[in-house]
Design a protein around this ligand. Structure first.
Ligand code: PML
Length: 243
């Protein structure tokens, strides 16, 4: 199979990224699709890589969706959901603050995720500007998943983003991430999520409309770090079905 990754920048800032794991025959079509993804960019990089071994995950995390009248209520709910899987309140709060101000120590967004030690709250990612990127993950049959999500009432405008985020969150939990907090850096997209082995819990609005800052925090155990990073960045994974 082939891994195709796209990332786009505008004025030095990351604005869009996506990945597909595909058969060689659909490369042209997929590259065209990914080229249409970013709204605006001044630099776009497409990486095409052969992948030898692919691991199958039979089921994605279960999807739940919750809407709130304001960011404050939505974030309080996210903290509760994190606590349910053992993430202490002060660490959940720290993660919310990081994503709110922009997790990159130089200001703004990161390409990858923050790895937060679930015991101490320390940041464990070796490169704090880049973070850790979950790559090499996709759906076995994107078309079928799209149809299934539409049938479940997911609006077409949310589809691609939801599919990419759900696949990524499912791989993260498979690799050993205990919980993930995420919202988009797209200023028009306010739905974020808390993911863990309890499910993929979509929460809206996790940020104010018009704010171009977001990212991902993975809560992890320090002892598993090397294997975890290897799994997130190298293991190729296809997800077969929704739950
Ligand atoms: C992103 O696109 O950067 C993250 C999107 C998170 C939420 C996706 C959804 O479930 O709607």
């Amino acid at each position: 199979m082939i891994s195709v990754r796209m990332r786009a920048e505008l004025k030095g800032l990351h604005v869009s990224g996506a990945e597909r794991l595909i058969e060689e025959g659909s490369l042209k079509q997929v590259v065209q699709e990914l080229l249409r993804r970013p709204k605006a960019y001044d630099k776009l990089v497409i990486t095409v890589e052969k992948v030898e071994k692919v691991f199958l995950i039979p089921k994605a995390l279960t999807i739940y969706s919750y809407d709130f009248k304001c960011v404050e209520d939505a974030r309080a709910f996210a903290l509760e959901k994190l606590e349910e899987v053992g993430i202490k309140r002060e660490l959940g709060q720290k993660a919310l603050e990081l994503l709110d101000k922009g997790p990159n120590p130089r200001g703004g967004n990161m390409r990858g995720a923050v790895l937060m030690d679930v015991q101490t709250g320390e940041r464990l990612e070796p490169d704090k500007e880049r973070g850790i990127r979950t790559v090499r993950v996709d759906w076995k049959d994107r078309k079928a998943i799209k149809q299934a999500l539409l049938k479940r009432g997911i609006k077409r405008k949310y589809l691609n983003r939801l599919m990419d985020a759900l696949a990524l969150a499912t791989k993260n939990v498979h690799c050993g991430v205990l919980a993930e907090l995420c919202w988009s850096d797209d200023e028009d997209y306010t739905t974020g999520y808390v993911a863990s082995n309890l499910g993929y819990i979509r929460i809206n609005p996790l940020k104010e409309l018009g704010k171009p800052i977001g990212g991902r925090v993975y809560f992890v155990k320090r002892e598993d770090l090397e294997n975890l990073i290897e799994c997130l960045e190298s293991k190729a994974v296809l997800i077969e079905a929704l739950t």
